[in-house]
Design a protein around this ligand. Structure first.
Ligand code: FES
Length: 129
């Protein structure tokens, strides 16, 4: 006797963020602007890999970007917070220099499939939100 669903992997609710090509390779893009016109999160692309973080610096939990879609110290470089200059590793979100040493950005698990970037349906929140 079979048991439908037995052993099946439950589907994880996801939402589509964007097409991979919407994020310039080696660069960043902000998404989900709030009512204050601050992007809630940003994505960093390195080839076919995408890392997504909340736009919330662990120093003050304020936004990191100095202009829309600007989150890097230099093209292809580290993430930098333009509040007080803290730097963060793109792959892990860990602070590598500045006032946030020992802390990290809040990561949003991203999945790339067939040229589309997906996020969980329920996003993490920062202490500021
Ligand atoms: S707000 Fe980011 S380093 Fe101060």
């Amino acid at each position: 006797m079979s048991h439908p669903g037995l052993g099946a992997t439950p589907a994880v609710a996801e939402q589509r963020l964007c097409a991979l090509e919407d994020i310039p390779d080696g660069d960043t893009r902000g998404f989900l602007p709030s009512e204050h016109n601050e992007d809630r999160l940003f994505a960093v692309r390195r080839g076919g890999t995408v890392r997504v973080y909340l736009n919330s610096c662990p120093h003050t939990w304020g936004p990191l970007d100095w202009a829309r879609h600007k989150f890097l110290a230099a093209p292809g470089g580290d993430i930098v917070c333009f509040g007080h200059g803290a730097r963060f590793d793109v792959q892990s979100g860990a602070c590598t220099a500045g006032v946030c040493l020992g802390q990290r950005l809040i990561s949003v698990p991203a999945r790339v499939s067939e040229g589309v970037v997906y996020l969980p349906a329920v996003l993490p929140t920062s202490p500021r939100q």
